[in-house]
Ligand binder design. Structure first.
Ligand SMILES: [Zn+2]
Length: 304
């Protein structure tokens, strides 16, 4: 039995067919963790979909209604960059429920891992870049509403800037946002996070880890979050199709360890979400995300 829960639902799959976003990756990660004997079926918990009231803590009612009714206009669909389907909408409701459950379990167990979520390009009133509902923000708002926490920090390590999350929490001193991303990449307009680490094209393991540690360590010490939402994108990988950084699989593992270690030092619980990952070989994306789950377990063992 693992010392943490893996939050997963078969319906996380966004039903995208032949799309650069490998939405079958959620199932492939679950299958790999089981096949390797790392996890047992009992280590997985199944989330309920978020309810609309929870989504309204972050999103505008009109956006939620248009998503549910399938009445998005042409521009909204263009920005979202994924085909509309009933299954896609349900997957976003489930991802928000899943990240909320992961936040809840992280506060109980120290760390929890959502085998999904991380949809950081979603804004209150529109979606962008494969993201319709910002599960990260919903989870934080829900934990604050229930008075489980006061302060949360988002450590967004996806190769793309966390624009939606930054905009949602722009004027909120209770949520600290940090985004480390490739500057010369989507989205072109990057609303300021509390800390933005804008990396040049081709940055590799050493510079990435140095700059993440140098920014994140003092930020966590000063802000003292009770909950960290770790957006563990696999797309800083050097063989990513939508990324232009040059991290190795080993470097990404060190990144995971660094984030878990810094959170532990500051006494924060950590909920992990996956976000992007578009490696030429889907297997590499699966390996990178599975390594994050393994680093999470190692971090918990070290706590004991
Ligand atoms: Zn990304």
């Amino acid at each position: 039995m693992l010392p943490l829960k893996l939050v997963y639902h078969d319906a996380y799959d966004l039903n995208l067919g032949a799309h650069v976003f490998p939405s079958q990756k959620f199932r492939l990660i679950r299958d790999r963790l089981l096949a390797e004997g790392f996890a047992q079926p009992d280590d997985f918990v199944q989330p309920e979909p978020a309810n609309d009231d929870d989504l309204l803590l972050v999103h505008q009612r009109g956006w939620i209604t248009r998503l549910k009714q399938g009445t998005l206009d042409y521009m909204e669909l263009m920005k979202l960059e994924i085909p509309y389907s009933r299954q896609m909408v349900e997957a976003f409701w489930l991802a928000a429920g899943g990240t909320t459950l992961a936040a809840r379990l992280a506060l109980r167990d120290g760390i929890a891992f959502n085998v999904g979520g991380g949809f950081h390009h979603a804004f209150p009133g529109h979606g962008e870049g494969f993201c319709a509902i910002n599960d990260i923000a919903v989870a934080i708002r829900k934990m604050q509403q229930e008075r489980m926490i006061e302060r949360a920090m988002v450590v967004d390590c996806d190769v793309h800037d966390g624009n939606g999350t930054a905009a949602i929490f722009a004027n909120d001193p209770s949520v600290f946002t940090l985004s480390i991303h490739q500057d010369n990449n989507y989205p072109s307009i990057k609303p300021p996070s509390n800390i933005d680490i804008d990396l040049a094209d081709g940055v590799g393991d050493d510079e990435y880890l140095d700059r993440l540690g140098a920014a994140c360590r003092p930020a966590m010490r000063n802000f003292k979050p009770q909950l960290v939402l770790y957006v563990a994108g696999a797309d800083p990988y050097r063989e990513d199709q939508l990324g232009g950084l040059a991290l190795s699989i080993e470097g990404l593992k060190l990144r995971d360890r660094l984030v878990f270690e810094l959170a532990r030092e500051s006494g924060a619980a950590t909920a992990v979400t996956l976000a992007g990952g578009y490696a030429v070989k889907v297997d590499d994306t699966v390996t990178i995300h599975c390594n994050t789950a393994k680093s999470a377990v190692e971090a918990l063992w070290e706590r004991c």
